[in-house]
Design a protein around this ligand. Sequence first.
Ligand SMILES: [Zn+2]
Length: 300
Amino acid sequence: MERIIGDLGNKKGQKLLLSIGGVHGNETSGVIALERVFDFIEKEKIDLNGRFVGLRGNIAALKSGRRFIDKDMNRVWDDETIKKAIKNAEQVSEYAELKEIFEVFQKLQFNQYPDRVFLDLHTTSAENGIFIMVEELETTGYIVEKIHAPMVLGLHKGLLNTSIPYMHMHGFTSLAFEAGKIGSFQSVHNHEMIIWQVLCFAGFIDWKDVPLQIQNYNYLSEKTAHLPKKMILEYCHHIHPKDEFQMKPGYKNFDKIEKGEVVARDSKGEIKAPVDGFMLMPLYQPEGSDGFFIVKEMEG
Ligand SMILES: [Zn+2]
């Protein structure tokens, strides 16, 4: 398993699309989707208006099929931790991964591309988790407003030190895509769809270059049509292993939740939803530091 999945297109142009899959090692669909998209571009000799680079995230965790080995690799993206990671790469498995990723960044010299986009590919442990995560719409709107999936803003206030705000701070138009349930066949297609859409809406290709089966793929719009287009974080339930947190079975992403509804339990007893809204990312896997999120429709 190599770090770089693909590196194609015009290296001397204005544009860079950097996409990463498998930052969580049990979420393989982003990696598979990137492999397929790079294969197609190469085979069909599609001319890219810019440089497109795809990376594998947590290689050790991907090899063992786990979310992470020592530390959640999507909670370490701040300058201080990254500095520490590069210095102490042998202490923590994820630090070694980060060190390698930042070596790739250095070789890329991404500052030479004034127009740069970052796309992080994920899946969730509950059903129906198809959405785009952005910090703000000012810089990302020209891409994400066209994608047929709901947007969730403000999650960076609950999920600390993810790659999205970090890459935004480093001049990227920065978005993450949650493609559905971990391990589902559909989530690979959803990831392929989003990669092609971002390539198109960011001006790397024309829609006619996209494989026909992707052009005709309506799953995303059909599956998410009933949801508000823009949502924002209302509440985030952080957990510790000693809490013995247990989500009540049966919640899917975007289920409607009423204030006071019992949604989970832990060693202290029942956990009730503190606000009305939509359930997001209820935790149905052993590893994770967030029990669930509640989002609401955004006005305007
Ligand atoms: Zn993930």
